[in-house]
Design a protein around this ligand. Structure first.
Ligand SMILES: C[S@@+](CC[C@H](N)C(=O)[O-])C[C@H]1O[C@@H](n2cnc3c(N)ncnc32)[C@H](O)[C@@H]1O
Length: 178
């Protein structure tokens, strides 16, 4: 994700479930100026680690703590939304995709990378959901793509790969022009 994403001077970025801020740190290390960078995560613990990790860039970043199902930003606030390793946690994924569409400017990009519920990983994902106290709703790449068209997204790039039993997908979608 960090290799693919390139920031421009006019970019307004939302890292929607930024966790400890690892990706934001990698992006900031290799990017030039940008207009706005929001590092969001509803977990106070994650966000405080992100604030520490990004302490040298704190003036360039806004930290917020919203759930992805309820993002109180104005329409068309962002040119890029990043959703890394988090979509499977969202209880109402349809609502989140509608929010992403609302929040992106026309022509903006949604970057997603997540677990991919295919092959043997279907079993692993089922067991993780069963044993974990968290809500886990892993989709396949195709199931995730089905949320794109109805929300005004065109898929521009996609990849699937595995690491041991784990399966992943990457999806880059463009928000259609109005
Ligand atoms: C596996 S971590 C990934 C963090 C980061 N993106 C990364 O890859 O390092 C998943 C993150 O999703 C966040 N999360 C869980 N449910 C969420 C929700 N409904 N809305 C937004 N973020 C959520 C968690 O707080 C956690 O930080």
């Amino acid at each position: 994700m960090a290799d693919k994403l390139k920031l421009h001077r006019d970019d307004e970025i939302l890292d929607v479930s930024a966790g400890t801020g690892l990706l934001a740190e990698m992006i900031l290390q290799k990017s030039g100026p940008f207009k706005r960078f929001v590092v969001n995560d509803p977990s106070e613990g994650m966000l405080s680690q992100a604030k520490y990790l990004l302490r040298h860039d704190v003036k360039k970043i806004e930290f917020t703590g919203h759930y992805s199902e309820n993002l109180p930003f104005e329409d068309a606030s962002f040119t890029q939304i990043i959703c890394l390793n988090s979509f499977h946690y969202y209880v109402n994924q349809e609502k989140v995709m509608a929010h992403f569409s609302r929040l992106l400017k026309p022509g903006g990009t949604l970057w997603m990378l997540d677990w991919n519920r295919v092959g043997l990983f279907k079993v692993a994902s089922f067991l993780i959901d069963l044993l974990s106290p968290e809500h886990i709703n892993t989709r396949t790449l195709d199931e995730t793509k089905q949320l794109c068209r109805p929300n005004g997204f065109t898929v521009q790039d996609e990849e699937e790969w595995g690491f041991r039993v784990w399966r992943f997908f990457f999806l880059k979608c463009k928000r259609d022009e109005l």
